[in-house]
Structure formats: C-alpha cells, structure tokens
Design a protein around this ligand. Structure first.
Ligand SMILES: Nc1ncnc2c1ncn2[C@@H]1O[C@H](COP(=O)(O)OP(=O)(O)OP(=O)(O)O)[C@@H](O)[C@H]1O
Ligand SMILES: [Mg+2]
Length: 278
C-alpha cells in the first residue's frame, strides 16, 4: 500500500531583490531547484535519497514534511495533500536540535506532551525509547552532558516515541565519527524493523544508503529530478558484515555509476553560480 506520493513537484526560489545568479551563461533572479519529481513510497518502506550537493534533497524532504510549499505539484501522505507539517510525520536533522534546557528524558517527553499524552504514560514511553537506544541511566543528563552520538540517539528516540507514520531524516549521522555512525545505522534498522514506520533518509554516503535501504532514489544535479531508483534486495535483518559481501559491492558500483555524472555536473554548476559557493 502506498504511503507517500510525490507528483510532479517543482520548486523555484525567487532570489532577494537585486540578487542574481548566472546559470548556463544567463543571469537570473530565480533558481529552479526541483524540476518535476515523481515518487511513490510504500507503507513501511525504507527509502534513502542520494544526489550531489544542491540537488534539492533537503528541499524535497521539507516539502514532504510540509515545512516548505512546492511551487507546483503535490505531495500526499495516505491520500491527504500535505500543505503544512503533519503531527504524524517526524523529523531528524543533521544537527541534534534538542532543547538544551531539558534533560534527555524531558526532551522525549516533550514530543509526547504536545500530542496530549498523559504524564505517567509519557514518562514510561520516554524511558522505554531511551532504553531502546541504550541510554538507560542517562535520563537526567542535559544535551551538553551527552556526546554527539548520544544526542543524536535522543533526537531519534524523540522522533520515534511520537509514533510517526513517516520519519524524515536529513543526514542524521553526518556529524558523527565512523564507528558511532555504523552503530547507529544498525540500531535504527533494528528498531525500524519492529515498528513499520516509513522512512525517507538523506545521505551522502553510498554505503549508508545501501545498508539501510529497500530502495535508493538517486537525484540528478540541480534542477533535481529522480534519475534512477535502485532496488536493494539484500536480506533482512542486516548486520554490518553484509558490507563486505559481493552483492553489496555490486550495489556500490551501480549507485556510483548513477551518481558520477551528476556529481560532475553539480561541480560545474557551483563554479558558475556564486550562490552555490556559499
Ligand atoms: N530558501 C532558499 N532560497 C534560495 N535558494 C535556496 C533556498 N533553500 C535552498 N536553496 C537552494 O536550493 C538548492 C538545493 O538545496 P538543498 O539544500 O535541497 O540541496 P541538497 O541536495 O540538500 O544539498 P546538500 O547535499 O549540500 O545538503 C541549493 O542550491 C540551495 O542554494
Ligand atoms: Mg541537504
């Protein structure tokens, strides 16, 4: 059954008055970032989204999350057109985005509080989700008393505790060291396998994209479109060893093949447009 349908989504940003960029030799005051994105995501599916920098991955995620409006086209979740953030959609960003004045437990409780969950139940649930991520004993720590990996665990626990039907993750592990990153990938899969949430996960890491995904969506260089969708038929549950398998290696080749030209194009694009150099 389909959960998310993205139909012919376009997004053009109007630059500030007096601001221009040069695209394909032409000076222009607007930039088209997404140029007809079509995508159908099934219920419970784990999608990873890859593409060169500037291909509109974050903008697409924001549109799916209702944080940004498409210029044209539409996004539907369970048949409902998305025009604003939906309480059934959770978000995890690259930076932890925890409330610094709340403890780990209270950060998770907050997500439940805004959904009207009673005090007792929210504490129990927050404790349970912290324990799922190996954070029992850290309930009373404030974010600045936790490592980056722990903070990101809390951020993911907070998003999952709210029982989202859709979880949008924008490079959530990019700021972490390689070992912590692999551990969190495995933890995320282990928990996702239990809860049937639909995940859209943006990453620049090909290995991460393969390890997590049911399907990888490869975006073109700006203006972003879906270039190719690659099925990852590796068996589940997956463990880290799968990365050294022949099948995994085959996927690496396919994904890189799809990405290579786009990454080259994106680099030329930045050289022309000062806005992309920022
Ligand atoms: N509010 C905005 N106004 C103008 N341009 C914007 C705005 N938001 C994003 N853009 C432009 O849209 C393009 C796509 O941005 P987006 O952040 O979605 O790229 P991305 O694929 O997520 O890149 P990265 O991999 O670097 O995160 C970028 O060139 C960016 O400059
Ligand atoms: Mg981005």
């Amino acid at each position: 059954m389909d959960r998310i349908t993205v139909t012919d989504v376009h997004k053009t940003f109007q630059l500030k008055p007096g601001q221009f960029v040069t695209i394909d030799g032409q000076s222009t005051d607007s930039v088209t970032v997404l140029d007809g994105v079509d995508l159908t995501i099934r219920k419970g599916e784990f999608i990873t989204l890859v593409g060169p920098s500037g291909s509109g991955k974050s903008v697409l995620l924001d549109i799916i999350g209702g944080l940004t409006q498409a210029t044209s086209g539409k996004v539907e979740i369970d048949g409902k057109v998305i025009t604003k953030p939906d309480p059934k959609t959770g978000y995890v960003f690259q930076q932890y985005a925890l409330f610094p004045w709340r403890t780990a437990l209270a950060n998770i409780e907050y997500a439940l509080e805004v959904r009207g969950v009673g005090k007792r139940e929210r504490t129990d649930k927050a404790r349970y989700f912290l324990s799922l991520f190996g954070l029992s004993g850290f309930e009373d720590r404030f974010p600045n008393q936790l490592s980056g990996g722990m903070q990101q665990r809390v951020a993911i626990a907070r998003a999952l505790a709210a029982d989202p039907q859709v979880l949008l993750m924008d490079e959530p592990f990019a700021a972490l060291d390689a070992q912590t990153r692999e551990i969190l990938q495995s933890e995320l899969l282990r928990i996702w396998e239990k809860i049937n949430t639909t995940v859209v996960f943006v990453t620049h890491s090909i290995d991460e994209a393969i390890y997590l995904a049911d399907r990888i969506v490869v975006m073109t260089a700006r203006p972003g479109r879906v270039k190719e969708i690659i099925n990852i038929d590796l068996p589940r549950p997956r463990d880290g060893d799968i990365r050294s398998s022949t099948e995994f290696n085959g996927h690496r080749g396919r994904v890189w093949e799809a990405l290579r030209d786009e990454v080259n194009k994106a680099q030329k694009d930045w050289a022309l447009s000062p806005v992309y150099a920022a």
